[in-house]
Write a protein that binds this ligand. Sequence first.
Ligand SMILES: [Ca+2]
Ligand SMILES: [Ca+2]
Length: 176
Amino acid sequence: MKRNTGIICIIAAVLVVFTAAPAIAIADPQTSFMVCGCVSDADGNPCNGSYVRITNSDTGVSWNARNASESNYYQLLITSDDVSDGDTLRFAVVYGGESAETECTVTPGDINRGVFYVDIPIGALPGDVNGDGEVTPADAVIALNMAVCGEHSEVADVSGDGKVTSLDALMILQWS
Ligand SMILES: [Ca+2]
Ligand SMILES: [Ca+2]
């Protein structure tokens, strides 16, 4: 009987220790999310020192990307709290007297990688995939090939959903 009482006391003591332990809050770990890329003109020449402002269209929050005057690379470091899968980021770019806007949708893969790489063309004609200054059926054919091969180009992604699909090829064909 005495021995049983001892065991009960030990169990009770253990229970007290465990229940008294502060609950550890388990929250989703916040991870960094990098938005970066390069700004280039229609011929692919770097647009150094361009100004890039990025807006999450789904939350309405905007940020200025960091960019150096000696580079056409821009970079913005935010966190996984700032973007969600399916959010659309809008990129407004100013370079010299020119400006451009492009939109891209964040995918689950981007969230997992923690990096969202978007090259921004300035002065490029949307849909002019071969860069000859006009939108023709030839551009639609190239866009369709890109869709089949899974390649990406901002100029070919005329629907602005972040990927080149047969829909983009169809839209380019309708514009030509
Ligand atoms: Ca063309
Ligand atoms: Ca598209």
